[in-house]
Design a protein around this ligand. Structure first.
Ligand SMILES: Nc1ncnc2c1ncn2[C@@H]1O[C@H](COP(=O)(O)OP(=O)(O)OP(=O)(O)O)[C@@H](O)[C@H]1O
Length: 249
């Protein structure tokens, strides 16, 4: 079933305390592909991400996850308050066979990649802005050189410029190393910029109500393409239906 060696979910269902929140989820992300999970609040996006990443065992169905290193960026950056930005990234490398010097060097270079220099790297979480914390969380995830990267609203609550910068970073990293990426987002423009495919979850329990392909190579997606694609997708019946309760609420 998984000839491409990618991430596969087959017939996945899950519930909490007897209430089903996901049902009949079938999807496939080829190795190196980028999947966006879209949908209104409460449709089960985060639950599905956790199942795909192996944090949660589904009640039913199968997941093929032929990856060696998964890394998550959660909605909340979840930094250790008693460690500096650098210390948080180093801590994320605790399971790696690296010397202390190598861990430090890796952490430094990842922090620079996300735009945090030597001075920032020595700050504690309470001294960092929300956007800086999100950068640290991304650096911590990228530092393990994951082959599967799972992002839950990783770029939300950032200003547009920063969010674009971080998206670009993930895209380049994914391209360079062939990382498979799954991202949960409310933001259609983020999906159109980053993903090559998307699923839309809706309903209670959440099911996949639409599947989208964004065919143009990500590096060739300029603002005009992104705007046109957003208009096209937003006009699809399945998308309008999925988001209707949110839009009218
Ligand atoms: N640990 C849990 N225990 C009980 N119910 C849960 C738990 N996690 C999620 N749920 C419920 O499952 C449903 C789906 O939640 P989930 O967070 O996956 O949705 P979402 O689409 O990611 O929502 P949002 O966009 O608001 O983050 C919701 O009704 C939520 O209340």
């Amino acid at each position: 079933m998984n000839g491409e060696g990618g991430l596969v979910a087959g017939g996945v269902a899950h519930g909490f305390a007897g209430t089903k929140v996901l049902d009949g989820i079938d999807l496939r992300v080829p190795r190196g592909g980028v999947l966006a999970i879209l949908g209104p609040s409460g449709a089960g996006k985060t639950t599905l991400l956790h199942i795909l990443g192996g944090l949660l065992e589904p009640d039913a169905g199968r997941i093929d996850r032929p990856f060696e290193r998964s890394a998550f960026v959660f909605q909340d950056p979840l930094l250790l308050p008693w460690r500096t930005a650098r210390g948080n990234v180093v801590f994320g490398l605790a399971g790696e066979r690296l010397s202390r010097a190598e861990r430090l060097a890796r952490a430094r270079s990842m922090l620079v990649k996300v735009g945090l220099g030597q001075g920032d790297a020595g700050l504690y979480p309470h001294q960092l802005s929300g956007g800086m914390k999100k950068r640290v969380a991304l650096a911590r995830a990228l530092a393990v050189l994951p082959d599967l990267l799972l992002l839950d609203e990783a770029f939300s609550a950032l200003d547009v410029g920063l969010s674009r910068e971080m998206q670009q970073l993930v895209r380049l990293d994914a391209q360079e190393r062939g990382v498979t990426v799954v991202l949960v987002t409310h933001d259609l423009s983020e999906a159109v910029r980053l993903a090559d495919r998307a699923v839309v979850l809706a309903g209670r329990p959440g099911r996949i109500v639409a599947r989208l392909a964004i065919d143009r190579p990500a590096r060739l997606r300029d603002d005009a393409f992104v705007e046109a694609e957003i208009r096209r997708i937003a006009a699809l019946d399945a998308i309008r239906d999925a988001f209707r309760p949110t839009l009218s609420g």
